[in-house]
Design a protein around this ligand. Structure first.
Ligand code: S3P
Length: 448
């Protein structure tokens, strides 16, 4: 397994306007699907083959935790991995703490998987993850019989989770639209006898449901209310190893995509980008703003659609983004705010309360990133309002707060700014997009 490169020294970087961006790129594999492929592989019987896995730090930490829980996990080539699982409910007691680094998804999904096994495991992470709320996952898992036996003060890591000997199936209404909460309950529900139901008021990304079906589980998803879903899982299936092809991550594609829209004269092609409608709110919004994003070569694998995106520099205009779109673009507001700063007119992004509990408080961090670069921005309740003036003065130093997406968004902003934009630390980019800097340089970006 590749070693993680945890540098203790911050690595600042500056981006500045150069010429247009051009060329073709494939951003790394989808982070959500990569975590799930490893976890479901580990809960299956037989061999799982994964191609296109994201080899970023977040996912590598999940791979290590699956190994610590008794699965065999091997890297067989570039982005190619194999997993031989323990079967549902078959995790072994880990000998050491499971360290999820920066990753909320890895940590919360594995909590769900552990909750259905009669073992206890210590969950830990970096300073960012230690500050994030875990009660949202621990509460439903407690209803299913799992217990926090040590730590967990204030619902925070580090903590010891004792899984249930006899997990109880539940019907759970998620209090916020969160695929992590939904997935944790479903993964625990795998080991419970009978039917586990999750009801969400707003549909969140459905990769767990699609992949569970692919691995042989009996699971149905029905619409619920105007934007929600009811997911019903039959417990104790025999999951069998499967082949997973990981498409390119739309949340990573968002960075070169917005860069190409804002840098005059640019035209780039991004291949194999996953276009699951529960992930593409950013593309919808950018098109409403006047962005030229063309989809070709539309295909699918295991229920996940993907396409090639051709993106051309465009004159953007401000729009209002409705709150019900938030779950389908929850990780993209930072880079949308950059596009909004380059647009003409005001962009209002509504209902962003969940941004406050991501790798950093992204609502405050986004506002600060824009403000320090001369953009007029306001937070009003849970809404973010950006005054687009068609150009960005730049010249600011952006604090990344251990957040990969702040670092990448700020670097994208600098590519068309009047003055260079500097970020204080690019180290966390490795959590989700290890080749971001060389890939952007290959497209013509000036990052140094
Ligand atoms: C993810 C769900 C989202 C998202 C995260 C990945 C997932 O979090 O922000 O980056 O893979 O399930 P929430 O479900 O908590 O909104």
């Amino acid at each position: 397994m590749p070693e993680l490169t945890q540098s203790s020294q911050p690595t600042p970087l500056e981006s500045r306007a150069l010429g247009p961006l051009s060329g073709k790129a494939r951003v790394p594999g989808d982070k959500s699907i990569s975590h799930r492929a490893l976890i479901l592989g580990a809960l299956s019987v037989g061999e799982t083959t994964i191609s296109g896995l994201l080899e970023g730090e977040d996912v590598l930490n999940t791979a290590k935790s699956m190994q610590a829980l008794g699965a065999r996990v091997e890297r067989t080539g570039d982005f190619a991995w194999k997993v031989w699982g323990t079967g549902v409910g078959g995790f072994a007691q880990p000998k050491a703490a499971l360290d999820f680094g920066n990753s909320g998804t890895g940590c919360r999904l594995v909590m769900g998987a552990v909750a259905g096994c009669p073992i206890s495991a210590v969950f830990d992470g970096d300073a960012s993850l230690r500050s994030r709320p875990m009660r949202r996952v621990l509460d439903p898992l407690a209803l299913m019989g799992a217990k926090v036996t040590a730590g967990g003060e204030g619902g925070r890591l580090p903590l010891t989770l004792q899984g249930a000997r006899d997990p109880v199936p539940i019907t759970y209404r998620t209090p916020v639209a969160s695929a992590q909460i939904k997935s944790a309950v479903l993964l625990a529900g795998l080991a419970a006898p009978g039917v586990t139901t999750v009801i969400e008021q707003e549909a969140s990304r459905d990769h767990t449901e699609l992949m569970l079906k692919h691995f042989g589980a009996e699971i149905t998803c029905e619409p619920e209310g105007s934007h929600g879903r009811r997911i019903v899982l039959s417990g104790q299936p025999e999951l069998h190893g499967a082949r997973v092809v990981v498409p390119a991550d739309p949340s990573s594609a968002a960075f070169p995509l917005v860069a190409a829209l804002i840098v005059e004269g640019s035209e780039i092609v991004l291949s194999d980008v996953m276009t699951n409608p529960l992930r593409t709110g950013l593309f919808t919004t950018l098109r409403e703003m006047g962005g030229s994003i063309e989809e070709t070569d539309v295909r699918g694998d295991a229920g996940e659609p993907m396409a090639q995106l051709r993106v051309r520099a465009s004159r953007l205009r401000g729009v209002e983004v409705p709150p019900e779109r938030a779950p389908s673009m929850i990780d993209e507001y930072l880079v949308l705010a950059v596009a909004a700063a380059y647009a003409e007119g005001t962009t209002i992004m509504r209902g962003l309360q969940e941004l406050r509990v991501k790798e950093s408080d992204r609502l405050e961090a986004t506002a600060a990133m824009l403000r320090v670069n001369g953009v007029k921005v306001e937070i009003s309740g849970d809404d973010l309002i950006v005054e687009g003036r068609g150009h960005v003065p730049g010249g600011g130093l952006v604090a990344t707060h251990m957040d990969h997406r702040i670092a990448m968004s700020a670097l994208v902003m600098g590519l068309a700014a009047d003055k260079p934009v500097k970020v204080d630390d690019t180290a966390f980019i490795a959590t989700s997009f290890p080749d971001f800097i060389p890939m952007m340089r290959a497209l013509g970006a000036d990052l140094s």
